[in-house]
Design a binder for this molecule. Structure first.
Ligand code: SF4
Length: 353
């Protein structure tokens, strides 16, 4: 049976069985996980190439945006479950991969097509790492370097915490991917104990919280999981994460017309954020077929909301969405395959309002 390159124990067993020089394993990891060379190039000089499994996922479709450089990969697990990974190439040059941690998602957020799929299965660390590897290899063919890894794809990362933490450990290990922890962002809909554990184990990894409203009824409508974790608990969790990491928490706020975009909403948000070290990202909403009742806030309202927060001294950034055309072009195919797609609005790149 082939040995996964992400399985350190099996790789060591293979090394012993084939009496390989440890240097050959080190070189294989260097070429694949840091330089992101093509599989055949990395394996070319490896003495036991026939016994190595590089990819645990298969790419079944690639969609490239014609307008903004985003690429969506549709992948499949060995047992046929579909998932998505998105590569972003913002004008700043900081190429980013947005990975999925689960196939489907149990959080069931109203605005998210993935949430409508329900939970199918959590991915293993090797399956999450494989998404990073594919992205790195694609970018390497364009002479680009993968800079950031964000957990904003399908799934709630803290519902698959062990695998996500194992993934982060390998991503930041100098002997493996060797990424700086500050280049990794984990986005949650708000699981307080998960946020604290992440801050404790990986204090330099950045955290983002999808808040979307500080009114209990609105938040619970948008994020049913919020019923389990009330707003005051989340407030305490952010305070703790600020203290544990010494860093700000990103607050994701999706602007929805007539739901959470009024000046009263802004005022309540300002009060709620008092005393917290945060940076608010205001995100325009992209309609998903599954939730036609939700509409994006008009641009003027978004600008007014941002201005209100900034005037109150809150660090605020307006984002724009990347990959809108591929969401449309690939949406049909992806839904047919996966019955869902990434919440594209959550993978937007920063820009100034
Ligand atoms: S927004 Fe994130 S947490 Fe909510 S249902 Fe979608 S994938 Fe799950």
């Amino acid at each position: 049976m082939a040995v996964s390159i992400f399985d350190a124990t099996q790789m060591e067993s293979l090394r012993r069985a084939r009496r390989l020089d440890p240097e050959t394993i080190r070189r294989l990891r260097l070429h694949l996980l840091k330089r992101f060379v093509a599989d055949e190039v990395a394996l070319g000089a490896f003495p036991a190439a026939d016994q190595i499994e590089i990819h645990s996922l298969q790419v079944t479709q690639r969609c490239d945006s014609a307008i903004d450089g985003a690429t969506k990969l549709l992948l499949r697990t060995a047992d046929g479950l579909p998932l998505e990974t998105v590569i972003l190439r913002p004008s700043t040059g900081r190429a980013t991969v947005c990975v999925s941690s689960q196939v489907g998602c149990a959080a069931a957020c109203e605005f998210c097509a993935t949430g409508r799929m329900g939970i199918a299965r959590s991915l293993s660390a090797a399956q999450i790492l494989d998404q990073v590897l594919y992205a790195g290899q694609i970018l390497a063919t364009e002479d680009r370097r993968l800079r950031n890894v964000v957990f904003m794809g399908m799934g709630e990362p803290f519902h698959n915490e062990d695998a996500v933490f194992e993934t982060i450990a390998q991503l930041t290990d100098p002997a493996w991917f060797g990424l700086s922890p500050g280049k990794i962002l984990v986005s949650t809909v708000g699981i307080p104990e998960g946020m604290r554990r992440l801050a404790e184990q990986f204090p330099k990894v950045r955290q983002a919280l999808s808040l979307h409203s500080v009114r209990t009824d609105v938040r619970e409508r948008l994020i049913p999981l919020a019923k389990k974790f009330p707003l005051d608990e989340l407030h305490r969790a952010i305070t703790d994460v600020n203290r544990q990491t010494g860093a700000e928490v990103m607050i994701e706020y999706l602007l929805l017309a007539e739901i959470n975009d009024s000046m009263t909403d802004a005022a309540e948000l300002i009060v709620w954020l008092g005393g917290l070290d945060v940076h608010v990202n205001l995100i325009p909403y992209n309609t998903v077929e599954e939730a036609p009742e939700l509409e994006a806030s008009p641009p003027a309202k978004r600008q007014a909301f941002a201005r209100r927060l900034k005037d109150a001294g809150i660090k605020t950034t307006m984002r724009y969405s990347l990959g809108n055309d591929i969401a449309a072009a690939c949406g049909q195919l992806v839904r047919r395959e996966a019955r869902g797609r990434l919440p594209v609005q959550l993978i937007a790149e920063e820009t100034q309002p």
